[in-house]
Design a protein around this ligand. Structure first.
Ligand code: PLP
Length: 409
């Protein structure tokens, strides 16, 4: 089980670059990892994957780490694909939630940072740095600790508190910044210039996408190599959406998919920060940065995405759309999944469920459609959003047993 990586390729103009030295971007735009897929097809039988361990390394031939000794692992991957029949009664369709909240550090960021840190180790990098909306910082801090690499994390001061604590807890050099994620990114660039830190910002290096790609590989395998009609994905920097689309393309080339049709991708954002939606609506390929981004779904508070054109290309090619919802709608849907299905939905995924409700209302999703919502993180990392639930709890001595017996409580 070794990698079949061949090179890196610039996403915008196809320039080919070697993969055996550290690489960042090409003319400021992202790089993609390429593999010898014909050789993968000869070496691996799709059905043989069943006998491999239930983690993301089961797809090793389609991942960039060359020496298995460089894998930095916390047991990530093979998250549950949960059928949601109680939600289906309100949102008629066949609905699954791919529950990424169960990954190490409680979010899908574990996948990307697992691969990025493993490759950093393989390429001999020593000090990693990242600007983060929260979850990516926690994941990097954990994987860097596991790899024994130094790491520095910058978070906006108003990032959900648990995420800040988590980063510090895993031993990263932790900085809270009075500003946005773009201000944090500026500080990482400065550190990279002055001290040689390696910048792991979203899409500023090629390997986080490869980790996120495994969300798509796993989904295909879990659904018997038949993809759903519709996927809803909470989109900030877009690595997950771009990674999944890449996964489906690679699976198509390998001939592993049972049907030719690909899912419609819906990039879901919050109204307070929806650069991709604005570009989608205007028919543009590149997005204008948002001036005053604001949403409590902190992972969606990304005012400018370096891979904007890749997100928009994928959404358009899939026949999907980019949609934004209000804060009330995303928070209400976060609660809806918790109460109806017992799933710890993050507010970002609440946006997806809110978009699904609109699509059902509009008839764009019907009861015959297979739909997958990605739950990219655990709500426990956003205690500020659920604290209110404790405020109207009663004291035991105030319990009115007669009301309980009458079925009123
Ligand atoms: C929980 C959560 N969902 C979604 C996103 C957006 O992810 P992507 O960069 O893949 O668009 C983030 C990013 O921070 C996040 O933390």
């Amino acid at each position: 089980m070794g990698s079949f990586v061949t090179c890196l390729e610039a996403a915008l103009d196809g320039t080919v670059l070697p993969h055996d030295i550290p690489q960042t971007t090409h003319e400021g735009r992202p790089l993609l990892v390429r593999y010898d897929l014909a050789a993968v097809g000869r070496a691996v039988d799709r059905d043989a994957l069943r006998d491999r361990p239930a983690d993301l390394w089961r797809y090793a031939e389609l991942l960039p780490v060359e020496d298995p000794a460089n894998r930095v692992s916390l047991g990530e991957g093979m998250t549950p694909l949960v059928r949601c029949t109680r939600l289906e009664r309100e949102l008629p369709c066949r609905l699954w939630i791919k529950d990424e909240s169960q990954l190490p550090t409680g979010s899908f960021k574990a996948r990307g940072l697992c691969l990025a840190v493993s490759r950093a180790k393989e390429l001999g990098l020593e000090h990693l740095a990242i600007p983060t909306a929260g979850n990516a910082g926690g994941a990097l801090a954990a994987y860097a600790a596991r790899a024994g690499l130094a790491c520095t994390v910058f978070l906006p001061r108003d990032t959900p508190r648990v995420a800040c604590l988590e980063v510090a807890h895993f031993g990263a050099n932790t900085w809270l910044v009075d500003g946005l994620i773009t201000d944090c990114a500026q500080l990482v660039r400065e550190g990279a210039r002055r001290y040689g830190w390696f910048d792991l910002s979203t899409l500023k290096e090629p390997y986080r996408i490869e980790g996120k790609k495994t969300m798509g590989l796993e989904l295909a395998e879990q659904m018997g190599w038949r993809l759903p009609h519709t996927i809803l994905y909470p989109t900030g920097g877009g690595t997950g959406l771009i990674g999944m689309w890449k996964a489906f393309a690679e699976l198509g080339t390998l001939g592993w998919l049972e049907a030719d049709s690909l899912p419609r991708l819906y990039a879901c954002q919050a109204e307070g920060c929806a650069p991709i939606v604005r570009a989608w609506e205007a028919g543009e390929r590149f997005a204008e940065p948002v001036k005053n981004p604001s949403t409590r779904a902190s992972g969606l508070r990304v005012p400018a995405a370096v891979g904007d054109f890749m997100i928009l290309d994928a959404v358009r090619a899939s026949g999907g759309a980019a949609r934004a919802v209000s804060e009330d709608a995303l928070l209400a849907n976060m609660h809806r999944a918790a109460r109806l299905e017992g799933i710890s939905l993050c507010p970002e995924a609440g946006a997806c469920l809110a978009v699904l409700a609109e699509l059902v209302r509009e008839g764009a999703v019907t009861p015959e459609d297979d739909v997958v919502v990605y739950n990219t993180g655990a709500v426990q990392k956003y205690v500020e959003l659920i604290e209110r639930e404790l405020s109207d709890l009663g004291r035991p001595e105030d319990v009115d047993w007669s009301r309980i017996e009458a079925g009123a409580l």
